[in-house]
Design a binder for this molecule. Structure first.
Ligand code: G6P
Ligand code: MG
Length: 221
């Protein structure tokens, strides 16, 4: 049986993965490190500081900034991002998501969120989805960023769920690694070439359906 379904936020519940990309891209251009969507795949699910480190390394500039300057760059990116998320409303919930959350609630299965974003609560409130979640892990309390399983394990513990009885839903390669390492069942939403290490892959949130989850999960061992 399933104790809990644990969701990533950005790129799964709403399309804020695009806003993170735009904000990092803008910062990258400001410091002379342009990058494309393919490189951006390696940033998805990764914490703010770890993302900055990856970008600096990508541009061969990892030794050019002091810790204080890095903090300033990260906060500049966040300013760009926060500006983009101000106008989020209920209409920005991806198709199929709210219906799926209703199905899970009605089935008596716990719902949790495992996001690496310090803006997760703000975004979830803007989307009007707070009441569905039994627990949202505060990213500020997570020490090790995805692909480390910490955030998923914390979410499971908070809702009294055994990891083996949890399903994690992700759009990022790092997130699927985190779910696998937490020994949960990983569902990837997106491209098979990026998420091939998930147990089940959906092309879009429109395919989210509890019956499909239960059937695939039942076949897992
Ligand atoms: C999520 C996103 C990442 C983002 C991270 C930190 O995991 O997928 O792209 O870098 O959160 O977000 P924050 O809002 O704290 O900068
Ligand atoms: Mg994501």
């Amino acid at each position: 049986h399933i104790d809990a379904i644990i969701f990533d936020l950005d790129g799964v519940i709403t399309d804020t993965a695009e806003y993170h990309y735009l904000a990092w891209k803008k910062l990258g251009e400001e410091i002379g490190i342009p990058f494309d969507r393919e490189f951006n795949e390696t940033l998805k699910g990764v914490s703010r500081m770890d993302s900055l480190e990856r970008i600096l390394e990508h541009g061969g500039r990892q030794n050019d900034f002091t810790p204080v300057q890095k903090e300033a760059l990260a906060s500049k990116k966040n300013d760009h991002y926060v500006q983009l998320i101000q106008t989020i409303t209920e209409k920005d919930v991806l198709p199929g998501v709210e219906n799926f959350l209703k199905q899970i609630k009605e089935a008596g299965i716990k719902i949790a969120m495992a996001s690496s974003s310090k803006n997760a609560l703000f975004v979830t409130e803007k989307l009007g989805l707070m009441t569905y979640f039994d627990h949202i892990v505060d990213a500020a309390t997570v020490v090790r960023s995805k692909p480390d399983p910490e955030v998923f394990l914390k979410a499971a513990k908070a809702v009294d769920a055994a990891p083996a009885n949890c399903i994690g839903v992700e759009d990022a390669a790092a997130g699927v690694c985190a779910i696998n390492d937490a020994e949960m069942f990983a569902v990837g939403i997106g491209d098979r070439s990026v998420l091939g290490h998930a147990r089940m892959i959906l092309q879009s949130t429109k395919e989210l359906n509890l019956e499909t989850f239960l059937n695939e999960y039942a076949k897992k061992d």
